[in-house]
Design a protein around this ligand. Sequence first.
Ligand SMILES: [Zn+2]
Length: 216
Amino acid sequence: MAEAGWQRSLYDETYEGGWLEEIRTEVFKAAKGRCVLCSVFQPRTLDHFLPKESWPSLSVLTLNLVAACADCNRIKGTLANASPGQQFVHPYFDAVPMNEVFLHCSPVKDGVMSPGFSIEPCAGMDNDLLARLRWQFDTLELDEMYRDEAMLFFGERKDDWRESAEIDWVTLARQIERECSSAAKATGRNMWKPAFLQGLLDCPSFGASPLTFLGQ
Ligand SMILES: [Zn+2]
């Protein structure tokens, strides 16, 4: 096991000033400023997809390193050895159909703005991947995280949207459509912001009476 200890300790060399520092830099660069697991927060840690304690020889393998925020890393860290149906989706190896929409949002609940998010089947996604995506979504409590982000965003956009809503729904819908497509362009479609905006466009109660939600 002396060898395993040596392999694991290689990881220390990825910190600033170490001779493997470039590995850390490259993995962060590839994440483009977002935690690979939640896509919301800045990644400040490296998560080992397969924990280095059990797979020491993978401790500095770039394909085993995932740029993650501290929260996601903490939650995932304790669960990496779970059963086959309860495994995280590998950010590099699992073929998640990125051109299809699988993150959906239902923005209104019981007549008030309270966005709920869910993962739904789409073309190119088999049942195994769907189950794992849903398990990961629940485990990382992304529904709650996305709801908080969407509510903050809704608060910021409210005044502006109200002005459009006062003209008519078509004006507001066009504005939300534009914001939705530019958000999707920036982050991909399966992120809370485009999902929330599309949810608003598809929501009959919001469309019927947007000013109820935006304030008179
Ligand atoms: Zn995260």
